[in-house]
Design a protein around this ligand. Structure first.
Ligand code: ACO
Length: 423
């Protein structure tokens, strides 16, 4: 059998180095044995693995996603979001006793300090809830200064519990601010997702109960968003965390990474696109515009999946259950036609462009009554355990250090300063 290695030859000197292939990767440090001034040039990390991870497995060609070895389909079907949080963070599914303690801890940390609730009221009535969320999460670090002690695993877990527990509270408060309505405080008799829906929708009804089908559907959506290995926001979490910043600051930074339209903001863009297309008949003309490069087909394509995103399949099934309760979202017809046209067109087939997680999730959120600018906030609630699992894993990994890539300098050579009057 051929040796599982690469040999790199420096043609300038004739020196060579043999680099073993380990788990489908070769160590870039080996190249530097040949030349200490040589770097790999890899814009946007298209071919770089930055860490070992035991959390999430993705096979983009086959459309496979597993958390800690468990297929996403089974977790969406049989688990709950809080159980998935435990799995991501601890590596194993909890026993009943562990689950009871875990759920109890999260349930008892959902309140935010009253000063947080008050400072959130300082945002303008039209503040984008992602901006409000980012700032408020960062603000939490000032309330828990002990979070800076990132070397103590017990202390870390307390901050992790606080973050998972408080994200829905801050998200719902950000929404209520916009309406000028009083905050609805968490209640302990509802589960994580039901409690969030109550904080979102309830006004003045002490007997309010969230719809169980919508609660289950949103819980599934949180599960589907819980982790996706080294994406833009998770890499941001690891990058900021690698400087040993506290987890609130790192989660705020990761939330900023998620905010952009090429990442977590795409679901909002999908709905805007479907509204812009407006009717079934306009789909073909829109696809032609995409093919001519005028715009992107939002919710299509993925850096890793070159097949149908497995999360999009589950979301499509979940949509049927949601629409039975809420009534049909009229944009669904346009979305399905768009998918059909795109999947049979060589432009999309040749580039392996398939619907991603964001293509159908916005339709569900919209049918449930969430305004568009809350979509990415929902994504952030779901992704928080994934960010924190990676943060923990990075801190415990002896190979990890402060993140510090190199660059190729292409600016001017040395030149002399010119006084302002002579420019
Ligand atoms: N619509 C039309 N063409 C597209 C799309 C799209 N949505 N996505 C990629 N392409 C084309 C590119 O123009 C490029 O064509 P070319 O080879 O002729 O230049 C080719 O497909 C490859 O695309 P890249 O941009 O190189 O792929 P990359 O891996 O860098 O980008 C990304 C992935 C950012 C997701 C991209 O597909 C995109 O912008 N999609 C739309 C936004 C979106 O849905 N984002 C959500 C991603 S999922 C998530 O973050 C949760």
């Amino acid at each position: 059998m051929a040796e599982e290695s690469f040999t790199i030859i420096d043609n300038r000197s004739g020196n060579e180095v043999t680099v073993p292939i380990v788990d489908g990767t070769i160590s870039s440090a080996a190249l530097r044995q040949l030349d200490k001034g040589m770097w790999f040039y890899d814009p946007a990390y298209l071919s770089t693995a930055n860490c070992d991870s035991k959390i999430t497995f993705i096979d983009g060609a086959e459309g496979i996603l597993r958390y800690r070895g468990y297929p996403i389909e089974q977790l969406a079907d049989s688990s709950s979001f809080l159980e998935v949080c435990y799995l991501l963070l601890h590596g194993e599914l909890p026993t009943q006793a562990q689950s009871d303690v875990w759920v109890d801890h999260i349930t008892n940390h959902t309140y935010v300090h009253e000063n947080i609730a008050r400072f959130m009221q300082g945002f303008r009535y039209d503040a984008h809830p992602m901006g409000t969320l980012v700032s408020t999460v960062a603000g939490l670090s000032t309330f828990y200064p002990e979070a800076k002690d990132i070397d103590d695993p017990h202390n870390r877990m307390i901050q992790i519990i606080r973050l998972i527990a408080k994200m829905p509270t801050m998200a719902a408060f950000a929404y209520k601010n916009r309406l000028g309505l009083p905050y609805e405080y968490p209640v302990n008799n509802l589960g994580y997702t039901g409690n969030f829906l109550r904080m979102m929708w309830n006004v003045a009804d002490p007997s309010f109960e969230p719809d169980p089908i919508l609660t289950k559907a949103l819980d599934v959506l949180f599960i589907l968003h819980a982790d996706h290995e080294q994406n833009c926001s998770t890499t941001t979490m690891r990058t900021v965390g690698s400087s040993q910043a506290d987890p609130y600051s790192a989660v705020a930074a990761a939330t900023c990474g998620l905010y952009g339209p090429l990442h977590g903001g795409a679901n909002e863009k999908v709905i805007r696109m479907l509204h812009e297309i407006g009717s079934y008949e306009n789909v073909d003309a829109y696809v032609e515009k995409v093919k001519s490069g005028e715009m992107l087909l939002q919710g299509f394509g993925h850096r890793v999946y070159k097949n149908y995103d497995p999360r999009a399949k589950i979301i499509k099934q979940t949509a049927d259950r949601v629409f039975n309760v809420t009534g049909m979202n009229p944009l669904l017809d346009i979305a399905m036609k768009l998918e059909e046209v795109a999947l049979s067109d060589s432009y999309f087939v040749d580039r392996s462009l398939y619907p991603n997680v964001d293509f159908y999730s916005g339709l569900i959120y919209e049918a449930m009554g969430f305004p568009m600018d809350m979509f990415t906030v929902l994504f952030a609630i779901g992704r928080t355990p994934g960010w924190l699992a990676h943060w923990q894993e990075m801190l415990d990994d002896p190979e990890q250090k402060i993140y510090r890539p190199r660059q190729k300098y292409t600016g001017p050579d040395e030149r002399s300063y010119v006084a302002i009057g002579n420019r």
